[in-house]
Design a protein around this ligand. Structure first.
Ligand code: SF4
Length: 403
């Protein structure tokens, strides 16, 4: 988008005539942040035009959200026509641009980035599932996938532009189904891209993990052995009420498959506590899964109802105090496990992709298993160098090491 707009508009860091906010409605936190940003900009720059684009626009169109302070609202399909949206806003158009059915995925120049190290390559959009807490299906449309050729082409471009690491992303990556191929064969092709140092999968639901995919990820040093698998709950009744499409046993079987094939693999997850109907016993099942899988990282959420979802209408909502207690309990259990896991790395050697200098002669980066590392070194480096590091201690949420 930046490149597209820069062809006709100047991008400035302050006092802009127009602001474009790319906003998501999938979590209440994301939507709240978008709302706060619009509110702040409206106050700081009352004369500026504010465009909000993304699935918040679709949520407004479906009557699921409101965002009165923006001048122009546009759903996801407008992202590929951002120039036109900007022209319309500058010409004084206000309100909501008409929604349209989701388009097939096309090649994008770049899907996202984190500094100059990690590029996020979106290979799939939409979702055919209908988890009872989620609005995605209502705002992002059915699952669709980019073609393997387009993805490989895009990946080559990213590597040529200096990105050593590519992360494959999607709304539901497990539903990646291009006209020809699958996630395993795509990964195999990407691992052969000249100059690529690391290939990573973003969050992937358990039903997207099969023997072929795990085998491909065990076959190359470039394939990062870290699997972020949204668990959401360790209890079968809660999983059923969420309509997640898998059981606790199936989740465990995927972890087992990965561990058997890639013993050094690490795991991350999203967990929601306090989903409607979650009993003390059901929450205990989630705690047991945290112990069983030994997650290296965890995104822990307290359930918050999203208007327009089935779960928001459930009568058996869990009181906020109970949600808070459970979130704290799950966080404590996870921290204990993480400390224990990280301590097991002390004395070993790991490869770290350096991302940024810390200012005290050190560097920060990530291991292939997606563990955050602080590195002491006397050697001069550039971002994107991959170095062997000896782990000297496990800290709270990260490792310390010497090159
Ligand atoms: S799998 Fe469920 S939570 Fe994920 S996007 Fe689809 S409906 Fe939402």
């Amino acid at each position: 988008m930046r490149e597209l707009l820069a062809l006709r508009y100047e991008i400035v860091s302050a006092d802009a005539d127009l602001y474009v906010i790319n906003a998501c409605t999938v979590t209440s936190l994301a939507e709240r942040k978008a709302r706060q940003t619009v509110h702040r900009l409206r106050w700081e720059a009352p004369a500026a035009k504010i465009i909000v684009i993304g699935c918040v626009g679709d949520a407004v169109a479906n009557g699921l959200s409101q965002l009165e302070q923006a001048d122009l609202l546009a759903g996801n399909v407008w992202k590929t026509r951002i120039d036109e949206v900007v022209d319309r806003a500058l010409a004084g158009e206000t309100g909501l641009l008409p929604s349209a059915p989701p388009e097939p995925m096309k090649k994008e120049r770049i899907s996202g980035q984190s500094g100059r190290i990690r590029a996020f390559l979106k290979v799939q959009d939409g979702c055919d599932f209908a988890c009872t807490f989620c609005r995605t299906t209502q705002v992002r449309g059915p699952s669709r996938s980019k073609s393997v050729e387009a993805i490989v082409d895009e990946a080559c471009g990213l590597v040529a532009n200096g990105y050593p690491e590519i992360v494959l992303t999607g709304i539901n990556l497990a539903q990646f189904a291009p006209p020809a191929g699958d996630l395993a064969s795509l990964s195999e092709k990407l691992l052969r891209v000249d100059g690529l140092l690391r290939l990573r999968l973003a969050s992937i639901n358990p039903y997207g993990i099969d023997e072929q995919l795990v085998t491909v990820f065990s076959s190359s040093e470039r394939a990062c052995p870290h699997f972020h698998i949204p668990l959401q709950s360790g209890d079968d009744d809660v999983l059923r009420a969420m309509a997640r499409g898998y059981t606790r046993a199936f989740f465990s079987s995927r972890v087992e498959l990965i561990r058997r094939t890639i013993p050094q693999a690490t795991f991350g997850a999203d967990i929601v506590v306090g989903f409607p109907g979650e009993s003390d016993a059901a929450f205990a099942e989630t705690l047991a899964m945290i112990q069983e899988v030994r997650f290296a990282n965890l995104h822990l959420f307290r359930y918050s109802p999203r208007a327009g979802t089935i779960a928001a209408r459930a009568r058996n909502q869990v009181p906020e105090t109970v949600k808070r207690e459970r979130a704290e309990g799950a966080e404590r259990a996870f921290r204990t496990i993480q400390r224990d896991l990280f301590s097991s790395y002390v004395g070993t050697s790991v490869n770290v992709l350096l991302e940024e200098e810390t200012g005290d002669g050190g560097w920060r980066g990530y291991t292939r298993g997606y563990v955050d590392m602080q590195v002491h070194t006397t050697v001069s480096h550039d971002p994107g160098d991959e170095v062997a590091v000896r782990v000297i201690s496990a800290e709270d949420g990260y490792l310390l090491g010497d090159e």
